[in-house]
Design a protein around this ligand. Structure first.
Ligand code: FA5
Length: 359
């Protein structure tokens, strides 16, 4: 009877029980499953085993190998969850009732997050654009391939002024203006790379993750050879820079008349770690950054030839990003004017971008 697989399994179990960090799991994997690891060494020993025992010994080694593989995968999963929870708990350091010794005032958390995201996109060659909060039906809807009576308008009812103008419901309202601004530069061979943060307004039923006044940041890139891979790359880079760790996101199909194809990019709720809570409406996920490839009609509306040019656009929910970034459970805190709560966020994690204008 070839005892070594059972002995190896026992040794592995003892070592695994002492592992408390994901990095150590990798060490253990190399030790047991690596090319020069214990399981491979056991395989080598098969050569010296009498032929009639080879089959049984081979099976025992394979079973041990399988056991080690499964146990490592399970342990990794378990430790990842624990480590994530630790980060979440650390991010929950904000306490509304804490006294503040801040006599000189502080930046609003949305300003802090906005600057962080601006810095990230500046470093990737994007320009920062400004756009009015008051716009008109054409820019907010028509130029975005949302004609009158289109059902997509129902989701974005807003406040209308007596002039017929309206408060913008999304930062996409600036797309046509920005595309026109850079059209000739594009035709001279310079890709359009722009972000435009701004305040949006909607007739909204308010709850822990919906406000009637909130911030978004739109982004667009247009050139001759842009693909969905470019879009995903920029989204991933931005999120991992903001959170300084890998973030669990999911991409699913989403319909927006101004992109084709369109996606919903959701982020796992960092308040509950994906278990479900009021901040994410018990789903474990928060819609954060819808995106997609710019619809040809939108390019045409801006005088850009969709046969020659292609691009992506995204609409980042900045207020929700601030919730996730700082562990704020209720979106209403941001517009509350409660200085005790709002002055607890510090600016230590950003530097002011030169091109950015103060809100
Ligand atoms: C839009 O506003 C699209 N303009 C986004 C877009 C841009 C799609 C470019 C494709 C290409 P939506 O209504 O889902 O989509 O809002 C975008 C994000 O803004 C949401 O994911 C969410 O993070 C945030 N948001 C929307 N409504 C609210 C609200 N009432 N309160 C707080 N955040 C909100």
């Amino acid at each position: 009877m070839f005892e070594k697989p059972a002995e190896l399994k026992k040794l592995f179990e003892e070592k695994l029980a002492g592992v408390t960090a994901t990095a150590d799991v990798e060490q253990l994997r190399i030790e047991f499953l690596g090319k020069k690891g214990s399981v491979a060494a056991l395989m080598q020993e098969l050569r010296n085993i009498p032929n009639e025992q080879k089959k049984e010994a081979g099976q025992a080694i394979n079973e041990t190998k399988q056991f080690v593989e499964n146990a490592i995968a399970e342990k990794l999963e378990e430790l990842k969850k624990l480590e994530e929870q630790k980060l979440i708990d650390a991010c929950e350091s904000y306490d509304e009732s804490m006294p503040t010794d801040n006599d000189i005032g502080s930046y609003h958390p949305i300003t802090l997050v906005r600057r962080e995201v601006e810095n990230i996109f500046l470093s990737m060659g994007f320009s920062i654009e400004d756009y009015s909060e008051i716009t008109d039906d054409y820019n907010c809807f028509e130029a975005l391939n949302i004609p009158k009576h289109h059902p997509a308008r129902d989701m974005q009812d807003t406040y209308y002024l007596s002039t017929g103008q309206l408060l913008k419901t999304h930062t996409s309202a600036a797309q046509n203006t920005i595309l026109r601004k850079y059209k000739s530069s594009l035709e001279n061979g310079n890709p359009i790379r722009a972000i435009f943060p701004g305040r949006c307004f909607r007739n909204e039923k308010i709850d822990a993750c919906h406000e009637n006044t909130f911030f978004q940041m739109e982004g667009m890139m247009v050139d001759k050879d842009i693909s969905i891979s470019n879009l995903i790359y920029f989204m991933k880079t931005m999120l991992s820079e903001v959170f300084q760790r890998d973030i669990t996101v999911r991409l699913r199909p989403g319909f927006f008349p101004f992109v084709e194809p369109g996606f919903e990019l959701d982020i796992q709720c960092s308040i509950c770690g994906g278990k479900g809570c009021p901040s994410c409406k018990d789903s474990g996920w928060l819609e954060l950054c819808p995106c997609g490839m710019i619809h040809p009609n939108v390019l045409t509306a801006a005088g850009i030839d969709p046969e020659k040019y292609i691009g992506f656009a995204f609409g980042l929910g900045m207020t929700r990003l601030a919730m996730m970034r700082y562990g704020v459970k209720d979106i209403r805190v941001f517009n509350s004017g409660n200085l005790k709560a709002l002055s607890q966020f510090t600016e230590k994690s950003f530097t002011k971008p030169e091109e950015s204008k103060e809100a």
